[in-house]
Design a protein around this ligand. Structure first.
Ligand SMILES: [Fe+2]
Length: 385
């Protein structure tokens, strides 16, 4: 029997208004910050102004890099690192959704590690600790504030690379649920479905164990109980708080237990078809769960319970199937597409998508069921609708 390791070096601060506490933590980080935000509306969020004011009051100068697109590219990371070098930045702050936070991690890593960034893909390929990183999420789904992972896109090869290294854990993350309260219902649903996928995949992962399962299970409970409320009433702060909590703790779980087939397939859909990550996971998750169910029926049974299903007296596999049904029913009530066809994906592209997904190491390291290429094609087909 091998041993298990639970690693978590991030200082997490959580709560409404906790962004104000940046001033109590930031003084040890250095004298010059690089603030990384998205290229869209996030570049002018009130939170950006609040961070700038705090830095100024603490005597820390700040260079702004607001060129991060959805699914940040290798070129974007290089441009951000160049700007940080030119301005002598000591640390990097990523503010926004998963893309700016992942870009911030990779920029901080590029300041201490040689390129090319394309050679960082996979686990443990960074030699040196990144410059200190602060993450401030403004969505509730990615969990990047709690993980050792940055997803960077190699546009030349049409490939989403997961850079996984203990050297890119954030030093500090401030998770203020009020920042995610600005999300419209569709973005709320898509990001929360990403978090639900993190929770489900880490729960049934080959690498899951009690410390990660406790976090994954709680995240599933919180999302099942709060997602519709947050979509129906964006001002429901209790629902918002619970989704931010779920996203964060699912991040702690999956950075330790890994993800699986759904993320492998979602990354292929993102790389080749530009489908937003949360939407891709939402469309694929029921089909992937149905495929994986025979390998871990008892764990899927527990997932059904976490989603509020009554499975008393039922055999494990049929009880586990209720978790798939529960996810499908939840999706039917959300403002999201429900099939690959609705996303414009054609049957003749499934083989190429499956071949790309099949290369993902998650299929071998953490997905619970042994998977051959034909299986991946089959799961894509069942999600076609
Ligand atoms: Fe994800």
């Amino acid at each position: 029997m091998g041993s298990n390791v639970f690693r978590f070096p991030v200082q997490l601060v959580f709560g409404e208004g906790c962004l104000e506490e940046l001033k109590t933590f930031v003084s040890g980080f250095g004298k010059h910050a690089l603030l990384v935000t998205g290229s869209g509306p996030t570049r002018s969020l009130p939170a950006v102004e609040a961070v700038l004011a705090t830095l100024q009051s603490e005597g820390i100068s700040c260079t702004r890099f607001h060129g991060v697109e959805a699914d940040p590219s290798v070129e974007t990371v290089e441009a951000g690192a160049e700007m940080a070098r030119e301005n002598g930045c000591d640390f990097v702050i990523g503010l926004g959704g998963g893309s700016p936070m992942d870009a911030a991690k990779a920029i901080a890593a590029r300041l201490t590690n040689p390129g090319p960034i394309t050679e960082w893909a996979g686990v443990g390929n960074l030699r040196k600790r990144a410059r200190p990183i602060i993450c401030i999420p403004t969505t509730a789904g990615t969990g990047s504030e709690a993980t050792s992972i940055a997803v960077i896109t190699d546009r030349k090869r049409k490939q989403k690379m997961s850079v996984v290294s203990q050297h890119i854990y954030p030093t500090l993350s401030l998770v203020d649920p009020t920042l995610a309260a600005r999300m419209p219902p569709q973005l709320t649903a898509a990001t929360a479905m990403d978090a639900l996928t993190h929770a489900v995949e880490s729960y049934v992962s080959r690498r899951s164990w009690a410390p990660t399962q406790g976090l994954s299970y709680r995240a599933v409970q919180l999302i099942a109980a709060n997602l519709e409320k947050a979509c129906a009433d964006g001002d429901d702060m209790e629902a918002r708080r619970n989704l931010s909590m779920a996203s964060m703790i699912a991040g702690v779980a999956f950075t330790n237990a890994g993800l699986g087939l759904c993320h492998a397939m979602a990354h292929a859909l993102g790389s080749f078809c530009g489908v937003a990550h949360g939407v891709a996971n939402a469309v694929l998750l029921p089909s992937v769960m149905r495929f994986n169910l025979p390998s871990r029926p008892a764990l899927f049974r527990e997932l059904a319970q976490a989603m509020g299903e009554d499975v008393s007296g039922m055999p494990a596999e049929s009880a586990g199937a209720k978790s798939v049904k529960a996810v499908e029913e939840l999706l039917s009530r959300l403002p999201l597409p429900r099939s690959l066809s609705e996303l414009g994906i054609k049957a003749n592209s499934l083989e190429v998508l499956a071949s790309e997904a099949f290369l993902n190491t998650r299929l071998r390291s953490s997905n619970p069921r042994e998977t051959v290429l034909e299986d991946v094609v089959g799961v894509f087909r069942s999600a076609l609708g």
